[in-house]
Design a protein around this ligand. Structure first.
Ligand SMILES: Nc1ncnc2c1ncn2[C@@H]1O[C@H](COP(=O)(O)OP(=O)(O)O)[C@@H](O)[C@H]1O
Ligand SMILES: [Mg+2]
Length: 235
């Protein structure tokens, strides 16, 4: 088996009396698409925040390509090759689509612009490159945010509800793009509520409930798991 891209061991994070993430362990292999599901408040975003250094974990380890990254600052973790999107959209409405991609660059602007245009083409938004991001549809803004993450060429990409609120055409563009990233050897972990999206995209799914990982496996198997059904419908 290949060295895991990401290996999380016993990760925990509390907010006051709430165990937002509770002893979660999981391992991601390179070149695969993984799903992270669970009811609202089950700890999915907090897990992303702990991986990316936005929240400080209380316990546990996070290894990226065999190197410990828990304790590093968010920008250090990003530079190592972990990119993420946020559940709440974060584009700059008064910058163009193209400028929204250029804000993350350091160094050679010509190279950055070529890369940004290539990425806008990747999600078929090159024709809107000079449009203010604020004038784009919600789905288009999400695609801009998604490709901005790719400007740094991350090997691990964390997507927090990328499909929510995105129309069917743009959703298909997004799903194609995610598959192509996987085909390039990158690893994707996505939080998603739409089980059709999860079934069509993910090879392995992790299920959280009250901060704990309650199941892991192929999406078809997960859907029939009694603890998973209980977590979603049992209360
Ligand atoms: N910054 C915070 N301060 C206090 N509680 C938080 C904070 N972030 C998340 N929580 C709590 O942690 C739990 C997990 O939240 P979250 O990770 O956002 O879940 P999900 O993304 O699965 O909906 C929830 O009970 C939530 O209210
Ligand atoms: Mg969330």
């Amino acid at each position: 088996m290949a060295t895991p891209v990401l290996e999380i061991d016993g990760l925990s994070k509390r907010f006051g009396g709430v165990a937002a993430v509770d002893g979660v362990s999981l391992s991601l292999e390179p070149g695969r698409i993984y799903g992270l599901i669970g009811p609202n408040g089950s700890g999915k975003t907090t897990l992303f925040n702990c991986i990316t250094g936005i929240e400080r974990r209380d316990a546990g380890r996070v290894m990226f390509n065999g190197e410990r990254i828990d304790g590093l600052k968010p920008y250090e973790i990003a530079r190592k090759g972990i990119g993420r999107t946020f559940q709440v959209i974060r584009v700059f409405p008064e910058l163009s689509a193209l400028e929204n991609l250029l804000v993350v660059t350091r160094g050679g602007l010509a190279d950055a612009e070529a890369r940004a245009l290539e990425l806008l083409r990747f999600v078929r938004l090159e024709g809107l490159r000079n449009e203010y991001a604020g004038n784009l549809s919600y789905g288009q803004q999400k695609l801009v945010e998604f490709v901005r993450v790719l400007m740094r060429d991350p090997s691990l990409i964390l997507l927090d509800e990328p499909a929510a609120g995105v129309n069917r055409t743009l959703l298909n563009d997004l799903l194609d793009a995610v598959r192509r990233l996987r085909d390039e050897g990158r690893t994707v972990l996505l939080v998603e509520h739409d089980m059709k999206v999860v079934m069509g995209l993910c090879e392995t799914v992790f299920v959280l409930d009250h901060g704990e990982k309650i199941a892991e496996g192929e999406p078809g198997v997960i859907q029939t798991d009694e603890r998973v059904i209980e977590a979603y419908f049992g209360r």
